[in-house]
Design a protein around this ligand. Structure first.
Ligand code: PMP
Length: 413
């Protein structure tokens, strides 16, 4: 691989990596190799400092106080909404801040789907969804009498698009699809998929958890109805995330959770709700978390999504090439468009045993079902090992990981 030929190779990735304090630590006496980024990303110093600075200098609740600290906290919280909107190329008043993708999809389920679905309606869900984009639809189906239909995948981990479009029959009211699979790394052609759904009057919910940290997201170009993101995978704090929804949807949707902040006026005769997006943000939010998320948005924009994507693609190519040399290795997901997530198994070795031995070498990977039971059922396996990379990982870490994997494989043989 000719790294010098690409313009992004001029970026000082070593300096960028040095922004992440945790990456310098050792685990079991070995330098940490953190390959569990699809689970949660590490945080750069500016994010950690923004949270620290908020608690040291600005801490107050949002929206309720006219005093200086209250105004500073509210401004910082709202600034985070603006930054997220800017990142996704949408309006700020279409961004509902919430605890993450799980909450965001449940908001669509309870506030959009529950009031309008009825017996005879269908929710189309892809086989490769995370449980967060399956279980809320099952709960809605149970309560409305709607049914769930599965959009199947092919052996290589791509969605069967012909079958998907055929499955978009008149009874289908909603499509739930992930932008990027957290197990296979498959990047789904969501622009085309959402266009086909829209043509047939089907609302689309796209799970952007694994896409937004790794590529430029242009929501108007994708053309979905709902898009969910989670802050902790985008170098931001845990408990932060957002739902983007078209303005007309947000205006028509009833509130999901009631309480303070989401109202204009309350009496025992009734309540006048706040305008969207505040109508959906009851109670005290994770203010410090969103301040940190704002810093994370600045950080990622600073590195540049084109650079992030190119860097991760180079790491993925290296990792795939090395894994393909490992005897007895079965890789799940060979989509032509793939993010830097690789799931695999090694013949004769249990995924958890391998992960435990890798941990002893300082390597953090995830083993298990990755909150995607139906996907693993498709492949007929109980667990996989998953290595998921971020732009701050290095080619040297890939070499260390492969060496540790070969050592573990031989121990278990
Ligand atoms: N969807 C996907 C594709 C995910 O990878 C995850 C996190 N593992 C989620 C949803 C859940 O997101 P959150 O952590 O925000 O609840």
């Amino acid at each position: 691989m000719n790294l010098q030929a690409s313009p992004w190779a001029l970026i000082d990735w070593e300096r960028i990596r040095a922004d992440f304090p945790l990456l310098t630590r050792e685990v079991h006496g070995k330098p940490l190799v953190y390959f569990d980024n699809a689970n949660t990303a590490q945080k750069p110093a500016p994010v950690i400092e923004a949270v620290d600075d908020f608690y040291r200098r600005h801490n107050a609740n949002v929206s309720r106080s006219v005093h200086a600290l209250g105004t500073e906290a509210t401004d910082a919280y709202e600034e985070s909404r603006r930054k997220l909107a800017n990142l996704l190329n949408v309006r700020g008043d279409e961004i509902v801040l919430c605890s993450g993708t799980t909450f965001a999809i449940n908001l669509v389920a309870y506030s959009w789907a529950l009031p309008q679905l009825k017996p005879g309606d269908t929710i189309l869900v892809s086989r490769m969804e995370h449980h967060a984009n399956i279980v809320p639809w099952q709960l809605v189906a149970q309560r409305t009498g709607a049914r769930i239909k599965v959009a199947e995948i092919r052996e290589d981990g791509t969605l069967d698009l012909d079958a998907l479009y055929k499955a978009m029959t008149v009874d289908v009211k909603l499509l739930a699809v992930t932008h990027v699979s957290n197990v296979l790394g498959t990047v789904n052609p969501v622009r085309e998929i959402c266009r086909e759904a829209r043509k047939r009057g089907i609302a689309s919910v796209v799970d952007g958890s694994q896409a937004a940290p790794h590529r430029k997201i242009d929501l108007p170009a994708i053309g979905c109805d709902f898009y969910a993101v989670t802050g902790h995978k985008m170098c931001g704090p845990t408990g932060t995330g957002a739902l983007w929804a078209r303005k007309e949807h947000l205006a028509a949707m009833p509130p999901f959770i009631g309480g303070g902040e989401m109202i204009k006026e309350v009496s025992f005769d009734g309540t006048v709700f706040n305008d969207p997006p505040h109508k959906f943000e009851a109670g005290t939010p994770n203010i410090a978390g969103f301040v940190g998320l704002g810093a994370a948005m600045d950080y990622l924009q600073g590195v540049g999504f084109d650079n992030i994507e190119a860097r991760e693609q180079a790491l993925l190519a290296h990792l795939t090439e090395e894994l393909d040399k490992v005897p007895g290795l079965r890789m799940f997901g060979r989509a032509p468009q793939k993010a830097a997530v690789v799931s695999f198994l090694i013949e004769g070795a249990h995924a958890h045993d391998l992960a435990t031995l890798l941990d002893l070498e300082g390597v953090a990977v995830r083993s298990g079902q990755h909150c995607a039971h139906p996907l693993l059922q498709f492949y007929g396996v109980a667990a996989t090992l998953r290595a998921s990379l971020a732009f701050y990982n290095t080619h040297e870490e890939i070499e260390a990981f492969i060496a540790a994997l070969n050592k573990a494989r031989k121990l278990l043989a």
